[in-house]
Write a protein that binds this ligand. Structure first.
Ligand SMILES: Cc1ncc(COP(=O)(O)O)c(C=O)c1O
Length: 384
């Protein structure tokens, strides 16, 4: 029987590679470095060393493989480690990669490193402009196409089906960073991508208590490759952190609904304030890709950007707020704000930020699970 995602998320132990004798609801944390080769079950898989394979991690990898609709997964010790693993798997010295210009600052920094150390040519483009993308794909030997959707921090919605078709037409692999939407809302592999990767630090673990990531491959061949490079480069997640991630997973859907509802109420409130010049939230009708967002995602995540009338007012708000922490990251129960130019995207120049619609004083909100009226009242008192 094909199960719906939330049913799978509520029974994670069923994804363990073998059944626990006592029938515990939570599969044990196999917190071990090594396994005795003489004591392996002759009918099953052989475990030797946790960097290569571990039953606790395998359980989470099996779950992510199923809910993303892939052939295999590697859970990594951070979200950026999944991006690095993707690059190490697909790119070679002198490779070409096509990347949406609006990407996470850590991905941008990593691309710079690949460019400087391995002479990888990085082509940045606006993935809403298919003609320009096609020009680049036609004229360069692109190995990999990469984007987020929604993008962070610009919150653009990319037509993943179209980008997958375009990438494959030119024999490039296509990877989607699904950190913002998560698989409860959007499944890139079903839309044609070859990899879906995500930071589980955020909505998936959901409590801001751990840093981790995962990458799911569409085919067995690509899955074997990511496993090979994960083992070679020591990218895999430790079992204790796997356990922490599993604690948040069953509530992903209910949390996403609440993040969506709270953030939309606040975005609508802010849109009406005369000290605000722009609100960018993919769930607002004013968003340029509102319809695509509704079509491509089941839930709109609770992250949005706001331009205050001045940098001074944005900073005053952040200084005076009593509820919103000035913190990077998103997807936690506590609401937070940050100025991307100062924190998460400090690796971008002012011009690079302007090109993706982010001003010096743009504030990125990640709305949590607090009472929404408290959150609105706090904004009112903080801007006074
Ligand atoms: C879109 C996106 N991808 C990847 C990452 C990296 O994840 P982590 O911080 O878990 O390494 C982040 C972190 O903010 C992100 O926003």
């Amino acid at each position: 029987m094909k199960k719906n995602i939330e049913t799978s998320l509520s029974h994670i132990a069923k994804f363990a590679p073998f059944e626990e004798q006592a029938g515990a609801s939570h599969f044990p944390i196999y917190n071990t470095g090594t396994f005795d080769l003489k004591k392996q079950d002759s009918s099953g898989k052989v475990y030797d060393y946790t960097r290569s394979d571990n039953p606790t991690r395998e359980m989470l990898e099996n779950l992510f493989t199923e809910v993303e609709g892939g052939a295999g997964c590697v859970c990594t010790h951070t979200g950026i480690a999944s991006v690095a693993l993707l690059f190490e798997t697909v790119l070679k010295a002198n490779s070409h990669i096509l990347v949406e210009a609006d990407c996470y600052g850590g991905t941008f920094r990593l691309l710079k490193i690949f460019k400087e150390k391995y002479n990888v040519t990085v082509h940045f483009a606006n993935f809403l402009e298919f003609d320009k993308m096609e020009e680049i794909l036609k004229n360069n030997p692109i190995d990999l196409v990469l984007c987020e959707s929604p993008t962070n921090p610009g919150l653009k919605i990319i037509d993943l089906k179209k980008v997958a078709q375009l990438s494959h037409k030119h024999e490039a692999l296509f990877a989607v960073d699904n950190s913002l939407a998560t698989f409860i809302s959007q499944r890139p592999l079903e839309l044609g991508a070859d990899f879906s990767l995500f930071s589980t630090t955020k909505y998936i673990s959901g409590h801001g208590a751990v840093v981790a990531g995962a990458i799911v491959a569409k085919t067995k061949e690509l899955s074997d490759q990511i496993h090979y490079y994960a083992n070679a480069g020591g990218k895999s997640q430790n079992p204790m952190d796997v356990y922490l991630i599993t604690l948040g997973i069953p509530t992903l859907k209910v949390r996403m609904k609440e993040h969506q509802e709270n953030s939309l109420k606040i975005a609508k409130f802010l849109e009406e304030q005369d000290y605000i010049t722009k609100v960018t939230h993919p769930g607002l009708k004013s968003h340029p890709q509102y319809e695509l967002a509704q079509e491509q995602m089941d839930y709109i995540p609770g992250v949005f950007c706001v331009d205050f009338e001045s940098l001074e007012l944005a900073e005053r708000f952040i200084e005076n707020t009593k509820i919103y922490g000035e913190k990077c990251s998103f997807g936690s129960p506590d609401s937070r704000v940050e100025i991307p130019a100062k924190i998460s995207h400090a690796t971008f120049s002012k011009e690079e930020l302007a090109a993706i619609g982010i001003a010096e004083g743009t504030v990125r909100f990640s709305i949590g699970l607090e009472n929404v009226e408290d959150l609105i009242e706090d904004i009112k008192q903080a801007v006074k």
